[in-house]
Design a protein around this ligand. Sequence first.
Ligand SMILES: Nc1nc2c(c(=O)[nH]1)N[C@H]1C(S)=C(S)[C@@H](COP(=O)(O)O)O[C@H]1N2
Ligand SMILES: [Mo]
Length: 306
Amino acid sequence: MLIRPAPDLRECDVTDRALYLDRRRFLALAAAALFPVGRAGAAPLDYARGVVTLDDKPTSFEAASTYNNYYEFGTDKADPARTAPGRLKTRPWSVVVEGECARPGTIAFEDLVKPHRLEERVYRMRCVEGWSMVIPWVGVPLGELLKRFEPTSKAKFVEFVSLADRDQMPGLRVPILNWPYTEGLRMDEAMHPLTILAVGMYGQELPAQNGAPLRLVVPWKYGFKSIKSIVRIRFSETRPATAWNDYAPREYGFYSNVNPEVDHPRWSQATERRIGEFRRRPTLPFNGYAEQVAGLYAGMDLRVEY
Ligand SMILES: Nc1nc2c(c(=O)[nH]1)N[C@H]1C(S)=C(S)[C@@H](COP(=O)(O)O)O[C@H]1N2
Ligand SMILES: [Mo]
């Protein structure tokens, strides 16, 4: 069973312990109106502001929460916002951590996140389909979180698995991908300080359609690496199978670093359309994060290892 209920948590405990609700801060945030106010009733988060910022203007919350890829809730961009919020049950939530580590176990979402200070990270997001957004995520550095499980020296990769529950996810009836959705990173990619597990965006808890309650964000890779609604994390010695790579290995590589010079077999990756803009703009190597991450791939032929 992927999800173990946490019967010891009542609804009010969950709110107190998990959401870091701080009304004063939230009011200050709303007053500052840095970002468009999102869903009415969404829980605000307490987090360190501006840990990573960008000059690029953030995409509107409206666009970021209604133009989505989350195939478990349908393949149309509008499907996830229509179908996920009423169906995806994000509390209680727990994550199984297993494989090559000294401290495997099943951990409640609240306990997974609580030891960390939430941080705001404004990142570009580039989908392999040729569109992009700028999203102010709220999350924790994945590397710091993974260290708590004490990965062994055999841990060379990390695999992530999404929830796959037919009762909640109507898209699972369509066998596009081999469900559950899976993704993976090499250990050094997972430990890189830019890689985060997001629990929120625009100062609030993640909307269901964006991968609540926690999703991966790897800003220098195509969006499909950023797996949503994670229920399992596995350290492994060998490279894990990943959903899109299984589906079409020639089209979706394991690494999938944003690369304007390596085209998808059916379309160019040289430019992108920033959602909310009209003209296409050039796509940047590693999505603009080359200075920070290119060193991870020194000596690799990125045309072969795409
Ligand atoms: N479980 C799961 N994770 C997923 C997807 C999906 O279909 N299922 N789509 C991916 C793709 S292709 C992209 S571009 C991003 C989209 O994230 P967003 O909807 O928050 O913008 O989520 C990624 N994570
Ligand atoms: Mo994507």
